[in-house]
Design a protein around this ligand. Structure first.
Ligand SMILES: [Zn+2]
Length: 354
């Protein structure tokens, strides 16, 4: 939907979906709307249970102006992460905050019985979380591979051993429409918050990956492989990587490599990768994935090692541990779904522009 054809209610919804509260006056100003248009549509959204009043502020005329915000419980989106060994389910409310989450071991197999099992586990989760499926806005699915722009195929997943696999098998197993995305892109999206428009997300999982967020939008690249940092060359003629090459970052930065090498050697390799990313993008770097969840206690040596390589920065002040330490892929997938399907919550009677 382009800016030009967005309805007033859609624009109000998008303005408030981060969970912030605003007065009617502030909403009118932010969206360049007249006050009558703003008041009429705000009233409709309150009546529909989508907006609620919360607290008040002193307005210029001395009267107290009430603030409005989205009701988090007015709608839900569902995130599903398909890992190599496990699945994760998660629900978010309208403002993108996690409401419930579940994960279980469930090794992926591209067989009909696997999809039936997924369907049953999802149904059990939704019932436990009291999600009314007919009212769920939509789903997001995170997959460990490269997905085409039309979201019709998993183009390639080294780790699942798949190429050109149609996504309709997943779609058919879901009770709502769904959006599909690469797992590192999902985890990266889950980190997007206020003032965090530019960063590279470094995903340190059993497979190492990453994603690039520029101006609040994921940079996918010409062939949707942007951020495949696990296969950047880190050590010439080094360890064999599962992709067939030698010396890839993946072979040195997975949790398994950490176990083998210990923190000191691990951080040395990570520091080289981070310096290269900083040189290329000149943005903040977010350390995520399984190792990212434990990196906080090792930040000092990591920053010191990075400083050896970065001769441009006075301080290494651009490396951060991830904020989402659990279920990041499922959370990002759910938020993708919210972004795509959230407007479905708006009343069909539509709005009137005065
Ligand atoms: Zn590789």
């Amino acid at each position: 939907m382009t800016q030009a054809v967005q309805s007033v209610q859609t624009r109000m919804f998008r303005l408030l979906r981060s969970g912030q509260a605003m007065t009617r006056q502030e909403i009118a100003e932010a969206l360049s709307l007249s006050m009558p248009t703003t008041l009429q549509n705000a009233t409709r959204l309150i009546e529909a249970g989508i907006l609620e009043e919360c607290g008040s502020v002193q307005s210029t005329g001395g009267r107290r102006a009430r603030r409005l915000r989205l009701c988090p419980d007015a709608g839900q989106a569902v995130g599903i992460h398909i890992g190599i060994h496990e699945v994760e389910f998660l629900t978010v409310g309208l403002t993108g905050e996690t409401q419930g989450a579940f994960s279980a071991p469930y090794p992926f197999k591209d067989e009909p019985s696997w999809y039936v099992g997924l369907q049953e586990m999802l149904a059990a989760f939704l019932s436990r979380e009291r999600v009314n499926v007919s009212r769920a806005l939509g789903g997001g699915v995170s997959l460990p591979g490269i997905i085409d722009k039309q979201e019709s195929q998993l183009l390639r997943s080294h780790i699942l051993g798949l190429e050109h696999m149609g996504l309709e098998r997943f779609r058919n197993a879901l009770p709502f429409p769904a959006v599909f995305a690469n797992d590192a892109n999902c985890a990266c999206f889950a980190e997007r918050g206020a003032g965090q428009g530019n960063y590279v997300y470094v995903s340190l999982n059993e497979t190492v990956g990453g994603a690039v967020m520029l101006n609040g939008t994921l940079w996918l690249g010409d062939t949707f492989q942007a951020g495949e940092i696990g296969h950047m060359l880190l050590v010439p003629e080094g360890r064999e990587c599962y992709c067939g090459k030698r010396g890839c970052a993946d072979a040195y930065l997975s949790p398994q490599a950490l176990e083998r090498d210990g923190w000191d050697v691990y951080l040395e390799h990570l520091a080289i990768l981070l310096t290269n990313l900083r040189m290329l993008f000149n943005v903040n770097l977010v350390i995520g994935g399984q190792v990212g969840g434990q990196i906080e206690a090792h930040m000092q040596p990591l920053l010191e090692k990075t400083a050896q390589y970065d001769r441009f920065a006075r301080n290494i002040d651009y490396i951060y541990p991830c904020a989402q330490k659990n279920h990041a892929c499922a959370l990002g997938a759910a938020r993708f779904a919210l972004e795509k399907y959230g407007v479905r919550v708006l009343p069909e009677t539509g709005d009137e522009v005065l």
